[in-house]
Design a protein around this ligand. Structure first.
Ligand code: SF4
Ligand code: SF4
Length: 228
């Protein structure tokens, strides 16, 4: 074993363990200081004390803190704090007493549009069930009475529990027959079958949410009326 000498200042700048001594024979042989965990690290008491402190701080803040106005909470708005009492950080909407506000482009429950004569606007082209990634649209086409329309859906169902609310069906529809602008979300149901929106329910939803069920389609985005 060769002799060793004390480490110099350059050793202190080297990242890594603290070097106590370097071998005179082979500089790559070094004696390093081993940092052993202290009593607080071994017992975790210090870490537990810190953790409990954080938990207690949040508890006090969220039990005694002021709640932001429900409107601001629903919109996710930042509100300037007044006084010293902190804001409650548990941002919970007290549904159903309070309801959140959905953005204008929120994709809600589907609704089916109607023609001027009240007939369903869908022509059963099968574009929407083809594009639907969740395979939750079921359409059974049937002959249409109208000479100008080849087909109509005898059955049009959407399983709202399988729907992933992607909006592709709306995008794919060539005649603006289906929309997701109802502004309401799928409600919890007790029976599985109640989550399936039938053609009648889809047509009726427009009235329930106060929208015009008749189509004012903008075919190709070229005007307020698809015929213009
Ligand atoms: S929103 Fe998406 S998942 Fe839902 S029915 Fe339409 S295409 Fe299917
Ligand atoms: S894409 Fe439109 S027209 Fe075609 S089946 Fe779906 S809702 Fe009906």
């Amino acid at each position: 074993m060769g002799a060793s000498h004390g480490h110099d200042a350059a050793d202190d700048e080297t990242p890594g363990p603290r070097v106590l001594a370097v071998s005179a024979v082979s500089p790559r042989v070094r004696t390093i200081a081993v940092e052993r965990p202290g009593p607080s690290d071994v017992t975790y008491l210090e870490a537990a004390r810190k953790g409990l402190g954080v938990t207690l701080r949040h508890f006090v803040k969220n039990v005694f803190g002021k709640r932001r106005p429900a409107e601001a909470l629903a919109r996710g708005e930042e509100v300037a704090k007044q006084g010293l009492v902190p804001w409650n950080e548990i941002e919970t909407i007290q549904y159903p007493e309070e309801k959140t506000h959905y953005p204008e482009r929120f994709r809600g429950l589907h609704r089916l549009m109607q023609r001027d004569d009240g007939a369903v606007r869908c022509v059963a082209c099968m574009c929407c069930p083809t594009v639907c990634p969740a395979h939750c649209i079921t359409i059974v086409p049937a002959e249409a009475d109208d000479q100008g329309v080849e087909k109509r859906p005898a059955v049009f169902e959407i399983d709202e529990l399988r729907c992933v609310v992607c909006g592709l069906c709306v995008e794919a529809c060539p005649c603006d027959a289906i929309r997701m602008d109802s502004g309401v979300h799928a409600k919890p149901v007790e029976h599985r079958g109640d989550a399936i929106m039938t053609r009648e329910k889809l047509l009726d939803l427009s009235k329930q949410v106060g929208k015009d069920p008749a189509s004012t389609a903008t075919q190709g985005g070229e005007g307020p009326d698809w015929r213009e």
